[in-house]
Write a protein that binds this ligand. Structure first.
Ligand code: HEM
Length: 142
């Protein structure tokens, strides 16, 4: 469960993140690929607008953080795409680190805002990791 203060902070900062969404995700990929070059390979077939998809997903998540059932179809699609491209649980902290650094670089918000988005990210990451684990297991049965 996400704490009520986190829900409040995330929802309150969705507009600022939305306004800068593409800047933040573009910066995120810059950081991700320079700090963790091993992740580049995963994106070799990614469409050019991948950074927009990630920005939109994160924003949709922030906006619906107290209504996560609205996102079920989108989350399932992300998990399927991740399994297709061999994204693994150990990649999630790398994206988290790059994303938080990108938010700091672009918006420089108070620490409390970063903390709230970190918690929100963790919850989404846990959800994705658990669906992806099931999908990987199913693949092994085929
Ligand atoms: C909570 C964290 C994450 C969110 C919200 C997210 C979101 C998304 C979304 C929305 C897509 C596009 C799905 C579509 O095509 O419709 C996607 C695809 C993808 N994501 Fe993530 N993702 C997350 C974590 C990660 C991590 C940790 C990695 C690994 C470094 C990763 C790598 C990829 C790759 C490789 C694709 C497929 C690109 C392609 O070939 O089309 N993602 N993700």
């Amino acid at each position: 469960m996400v704490r009520p203060e986190v829900i409040e902070t995330v929802k309150a900062t969705v507009p600022a993140i939305r306004e800068n969404g593409e800047k933040i995700t573009t910066r995120m990929y810059e950081i991700l690929f320079s700090k963790y070059p091993e992740t580049k390979e995963l994106f070799k077939n990614a469409p050019e607008d991948q950074y927009k998809r990630l920005a939109n997903a994160i924003l949709a998540y922030g906006a619906n953080i107290d209504n996560l059932e609205n996102l079920q179809t989108a989350v399932m699609r992300m998990a399927e795409k991740h399994v297709e491209t061999n994204v693994k649980p150990e990649h999630y902290p790398l994206v988290k680190n790059a994303l938080m650094q990108a938010i700091k670089d672009v918006l420089n918000p108070p620490e409390e805002v970063i903390k709230a988005w970190e918690e929100a990210y963790d919850l989404l990451a846990e959800t994705l990791i658990s669906i992806e684990e099931d999908l990987y297991k199913k693949q092994q049965l085929v």
